[in-house]
Design a protein. Structure first.
Length: 240
């Protein structure tokens, strides 16, 4: 694991964007793995700037999102489908057919998970962006998830629902389930960049890097991956 500790969220976003921009320059038909949540918002703004300045084009780029809530439909403002279009896809030249987000259609969940997994297994993610949950989840692989899992339907941890309550009006509105890439899918990526900022991530970042590799802290599996870059700000890295 390569650890990069920078001053603040802005610097973390800047450095992560540089890796992605270099990757796309080097390989215009790159396949990205993308995350949602608060962490990558500024990163996506920086990618949009690079696109607007004609530094890079996304016309041959493909992307797979890590996860999607179940129980709210795609048009709900907090769906990850909406998030990705709002924060990135509507502002760059990515082709619709190159965008993969798990389909949360309630009638065909198991089938959709299988389809998403098949698509993932036919492809190969060059660069996966990850955030980390305060409980150590990556994607929505909650503590206790076997490392061998591929795309599946997950019941969200109480901690995750509380953490994500800030995006909803109340805890009861936060979805209870999601569809997520499994750890096995994530570990197949050629390179992984995990970003974290803020003091509330300090303990989990320490455990992920220095604790034992255990399914109780899913992100610890990254210690076993040959090409992981962890980019943290001073607060998230304060226990290192
Ligand atoms: C999002 C995802 C999650 C988040 C994590 C951190 O697609 O898979 O693992 O990366 O919950 O979320 P934030 O960035 O909001 O702290």
């Amino acid at each position: 694991m390569k650890i990069i500790k920078l001053k603040d969220y802005e610097a973390v976003s800047q450095r992560a964007s540089e890796f992605i921009i270099e990757q796309i320059k080097h390989k215009p038909n790159t396949t990205l793995g993308l995350a949602t949540g608060s962490t990558p918002v500024r990163l996506y703004e920086k990618l949009i700037e690079a696109y607007e300045h004609k530094e890079i084009s996304f016309k041959d780029v493909k992307s797979y999102n890590l996860d999607e809530y179940i129980g709210i439909n795609r048009n709900h403002p907090q769906s990850y489908y909406q998030y990705m279009h709002k924060h990135l896809f509507s502002k760059i030249d990515m082709k619709d057919e190159h965008i993969y987000i798990p389909n949360n259609d309630i009638d065909q969940l198991e089938e959709n998970a299988k389809k998403y997994n098949n698509a993932l297994n036919k492809s190969f993610i060059d660069l996966q962006i990850l955030g980390i949950g305060s409980n150590g989840h990556i994607g929505f692989n909650e503590p206790g998830t076997p490392f061998g899992k591929e795309t599946f339907i997950v019941e969200l941890d109480e901690q995750t629902r509380k953490d994500n309550m800030r995006f909803f009006n109340s805890l009861s509105e936060v979805p209870k389930y999601a569809i997520t890439m499994g750890i096995k899918n994530i570990m197949r990526s050629k390179c992984i960049i995990l970003m974290a900022s803020g003091i509330e991530k300090a303990d989990v970042i320490y455990e992920m890097i220095h604790g034992s590799v255990t399914e109780d802290l899913p992100a610890s599996v990254l210690q076993l991956h040959p090409n992981v870059i962890v980019i943290v700000d001073e607060q998230a890295g304060s226990k290192l």
